[in-house]
Design a protein around this ligand. Structure first.
Ligand SMILES: NC(=O)c1ccc[n+]([C@@H]2O[C@H](COP(=O)([O-])OP(=O)(O)OC[C@H]3O[C@@H](n4cnc5c(N)ncnc54)[C@H](O)[C@@H]3O)[C@@H](O)[C@H]2O)c1
Length: 276
């Protein structure tokens, strides 16, 4: 499987920029496709600015192209879609993106929650499609969750693994397509139980987190992590998992109450902890 060729990233927002930076820092050329001229220019500036802040400007970075028209982009060995989380938008972008994949190449989605099988439905070549789920902040996080759909071929998975390990120097895990994949499902389960423990007055939020950090070697406790992700985001994911997997993911009342009160975590200044 050849990995030493071109990469196209579609969508240059928070995640797309991070993915471009991850490739450029490894001196691997990448092309970015954005929705319009203005977004493309803005994204290129943001990416080069961040590279410069990180002291990682190189010739590869100087040659980095952000464009709007997918038709001007040469077919690539790896195409990563990372546009906003909407099934309809992603499906239409992915169908167009199939034209941008060279023979033997693969197509990925960076979706954090949508079903890979459902995104694959309109594709002509679903066997070369899979989920490549990056984590924030992308340039500094070694994990990539590779999510296989029913149609994903073995060689597609092998190729994705090579890109992740050999080109990006990451540590991938492989997960079969299912709601919440692996990381969200388990992370949310622990977070929800921690909230129920606060609700039941078992221990303080601080002590619950400390228990997991000191006793189970978690780098961040489950309630602080909930604050960092955003309580509204966690509420939406847990409602989705409750629908798809079962009632054990029903959000506790304390989560609903905090979101209704505008206590959304770090971004609003208050969640299970005070961030001011
Ligand atoms: N933010 C996170 O923490 C995180 C983590 C993992 C995965 N994800 C997933 O990554 C994806 C992108 O998330 P984000 O946070 O970067 O969103 P974002 O809103 O910051 O960026 C999306 C970008 O896509 C561009 N775009 C929209 N339509 C387009 C089109 N037709 N062609 C090309 N570009 C287009 C937008 O202009 C925007 O720059 C989502 O699927 C999200 O679920 C996000």
């Amino acid at each position: 499987v050849s990995t030493n060729t071109s990469v196209t990233v579609i969508g240059g927002g928070k995640m797309g920029a991070g993915i471009c930076i991850a490739f450029l820092e490894r001196e691997h050329p990448v092309t970015l496709v954005e929705a319009n001229e203005e977004r493309a220019l803005e994204a290129r500036g943001r990416i080069l600015g961040e590279l410069s802040q990180r002291g990682r400007v190189s010739e590869t970075a100087a040659d980095f192209i952000a464009t709007t028209s997918a038709s001007t982009v040469l077919p690539a060995a790896l195409v990563i879609e990372t546009v906003p989380e909407s099934v309809d938008l992603k499906r239409s972008v992915l169908v167009d993106a199939e034209q941008l994949v060279e023979p033997g190449g693969i197509l990925c989605s960076n979706t954090s929650s949508l079903s890979i099988n459902s995104l694959a439905q309109p594709l002509a070549n679903p066997e070369r499609f899979l989920g490549m789920h990056f984590f924030q902040p992308v340039p500094d996080t070694t994990l990539i969750e590779l999510v296989t759909g029913d149609a994903t071929s073995e060689s597609t998975l092998t190729s994705a693994r090579n890109w992740a390990e050999d080109v990006l120097g990451r540590d991938p895990i492989v997960v079969r397509d299912s709601p919440g994949f692996s990381t969200s499902r388990l992370g949310v389960a622990i977070g929800l139980e921690a909230m129920r423990m606060v609700e039941d007055g078992i221990a303080s939020a601080d002590d619950i987190d400390k228990g997991m950090m000191l006793g189970y070697q978690h780098a961040v406790g489950p309630l602080r992590m909930t604050d960092m992700v955003g309580l509204d985001v966690r509420l939406a994911i847990s409602e989705y998992l409750a629908r798809e997997i079962g009632p054990r993911f029903e959000p506790p009342q304390i989560l609903r109450d905090k979101v209704a009160a505008g206590e959304l975590g770090q971004k609003s200044g208050r969640g299970f902890f005070d961030w001011n």
